[in-house]
Design a protein. Structure first.
Length: 281
């Protein structure tokens, strides 16, 4: 039961933080370090590495559920023009994902091996926290040029995708990097957040397939309890993310991202203290 409890807690953390610009990876590392729940043979290092990425797919299913009609190019409820725009949106998403695919295949293992530690996570949390505050102050009196998702060009989608590459560094936050990039490039907060959500779909499907595939190719096998733990975390992440996305989108309609910047700085400082105290590595 303790293994299930741990899965539920991490699923809740993932569901809340995946689409907030605060780094879900950093929060999962922190949650796992603080719980210290006895794990027996379930939470091996190789399984935990796969679990932490696979449950993120649950949060992605929340995006698919909430935006299914908008993302469905085959919907008969849409006019031919709307279906055409949906296809164009998907092409823009693919264009935006290309940089992450290229750099992810080249540097993913290196990043996990050398940068997945509390020093890097703390630094990126704090650095991007400061960046959010600075950019929000900079943009305060600048009206966004792009207030409609359909106005995102293919060129802009590619540039936003380049910002997404920054999230390969643990603690950056995939949503944080893409939202920050889109806002800098002239998108409104609402458009930046939505496009970030859509970019996450192929990215997280790809990452999950890569992680699970690598695990299996290297002889790994999931035990019955590990499969249950994975399923529970996946479902919890999905359900919690549904509410987190709705709350965030309501919040940013009338508020900026500075609160997330201050939060990142605080969490980064906590990470540093816990790291030096030996609670996280």
């Amino acid at each position: 039961m303790l293994d299930i409890l741990k899965s539920i807690i991490i699923g809740i953390v993932e569901g809340i933080t995946e689409f907030l610009p605060v780094s879900s990876t950093g929060h999962i590392i922190l949650a796992e370090a603080l719980m210290r729940i006895p794990s027996g043979n379930v939470w091996t290092n190789s399984f935990t590495a796969v679990f932490d990425y696979a449950i993120q797919l649950g949060a992605i299913f929340a995006v698919i559920q909430l935006y299914f009609n908008r993302l469905n190019p085959f919907s008969q409820k849409k006019t031919s023009k709307e279906r055409f725009q949906t296809w164009r949106l998907w092409i823009k998403v693919v264009v935006g994902v290309i940089p992450a695919v290229i750099f992810g295949f080249l540097f993913n293992d290196f990043m996990d091996e050398h940068l997945l530690n509390f020093r890097v996570v703390s630094a990126t949390l704090i650095i991007y926290g400061i960046a959010f505050i600075w950019i929000e102050n900079r943009q305060k009196n600048i009206a966004p040029k792009i207030t409609n998702l359909n106005k995102i060009t293919f060129k802009l989608a590619l540039f936003i995708g380049l910002f997404q590459v920054l999230s390969l560094v643990p603690g950056t936050s995939r949503s944080g990097a893409t939202i920050l990039g889109a806002v800098i490039l002239g998108a409104s907060r609402f458009v930046a957040a939505e496009f970030s959500f859509f970019l996450s779909i192929p990215v997280m499907f790809g990452v999950t397939i890569l992680k699970v595939g690598t695990f299996l190719l290297h002889g790994g096998r999931f035990t019955g309890m590990q499969s249950i733990v994975m399923l529970v975390g996946f479902v919890v992440s999905w359900i919690v993310a549904l509410f987190a996305i709705k709350v965030m989108m309501r919040y940013i309609q009338n508020n900026d991202f500075k609160i997330f910047g201050w939060y990142r700085i605080a969490i980064g400082a906590i990470f540093l203290l816990l790291g030096f105290a030996g609670f996280v590595k």
